[in-house]
Design a protein around this ligand. Structure first.
Ligand SMILES: C[S@@+](CC[C@H](N)C(=O)[O-])C[C@H]1O[C@@H](n2cnc3c(N)ncnc32)[C@H](O)[C@@H]1O
Length: 273
């Protein structure tokens, strides 16, 4: 049988990134090879949790929605045929570079908006979205799109921060963050001057915070309701992932998002739209 190809699934392409995208300037934080990232989180633990859930429904082809620089796509590519989608070109360029260096086969890299996924319905055995709902104004659309492009009986996995109580960090996290930022400042400014990029990453984070501040605050209840509303049966919920995935700094700060908990939810598509 012919191997599936990205072109088999595409509806059309979108005019993407008409303006500078601040996510283009924070790529280093999402790079699988970034040493500082490892201080905060352990990507391979996330990958194991996700592999187990996709394996249970015998997934073969999966879509990583809002894949960033592709840490998960790369780790999952050993087991699945992975398609990776993100709005930031530079994130995708980094994914391409790392996949090549690490000799990993990521099937297709797609520059698109996750609120309007450019694939036909029922294209993938599984879809994953890890921390890429909070940056979008209509996360319910992203979830609906994930369900739409997933095949019946396929799985939709969402990993997010539970922001029921807003975005405020607790005191402990604030202290660790501030210290970390002061220590990193020198290195960052030096790197930035060397790279001569448009934006320093601290500036980019400010823009990201500003442009996302009115987005719905993602939480487990909201995500579950949207998944169920799209005809999914919830097959797994894990609200303890934060205790498993933290690196050294993650542990002492109480996790990257301070007092907030993280959740993983897995839905299986029954009816769908
Ligand atoms: C917090 S990062 C998470 C990246 C990756 N999933 C991870 O966990 O390492 C959020 C990602 O969502 C992407 N993003 C933001 N808005 C998006 C949109 N409308 N459509 C697709 N991706 C988007 C950003 O470019 C960024 O790579």
């Amino acid at each position: 049988m012919k191997k599936p190809d990205a072109r088999d699934f595409f509806i059309d392409t979108y005019p993407i990134n008409p303006y500078p995208n601040p996510w283009d300037y924070v790529v280093d934080s999402y790079d699988i090879r970034s040493k500082s990232r490892r201080l905060w989180i352990k990507d391979e633990i996330y990958a194991e949790l996700v592999k187990k859930l996709f394996d249970e429904c015998k997934c073969n082809t999966i879509l990583d929605v809002g894949c960033g620089a592709g840490a998960m796509s790369i780790l999952l590519s050993d087991r699945f045929r992975v398609y990776s989608l993100d709005l930031s070109n530079r994130m995708l360029e980094r994914l391409k570079t790392r996949a090549k260096e690490l000799k990993k086969d990521v099937s297709a890299i797609i520059n698109a908006d996750n609120q309007k996924i450019p694939f036909k319905s029922n294209s993938f055995d599984g879809t994953l979205c890890k921390f890429a709902l909070w940056p979008v104004p209509n996360p319910q659309e992203t979830i609906k799109e994930m369900v739409r492009v997933t095949k019946p009986n396929g799985r939709i996995i969402i990993i997010e921060v539970d922001r029921r109580n807003g975005d405020e960090l607790n005191l402990r996290s604030k202290l660790v963050y501030r210290t970390y930022k002061v220590l990193k400042k020198f290195v960052r400014v030096r790197d930035w001057k060397k790279q001569k990029t448009l934006l320093h990453d601290d500036e980019a984070w400010k823009i990201i915070r500003e442009t996302t501040k009115n987005n719905p605050k993602i939480n487990l209840k909201f995500t579950r309701e949207v998944l169920e509303g799209c005809g999914c049966e919830i097959t797994a919920v894990d609200t303890t992932i934060k205790t498993k995935i933290n690196g050294f700094l993650g542990k002492i700060s109480g996790g990257q998002c301070g007092g907030h908990n993280y959740f993983l939810i897995c839905g299986e598509k029954r009816g769908g739209r």
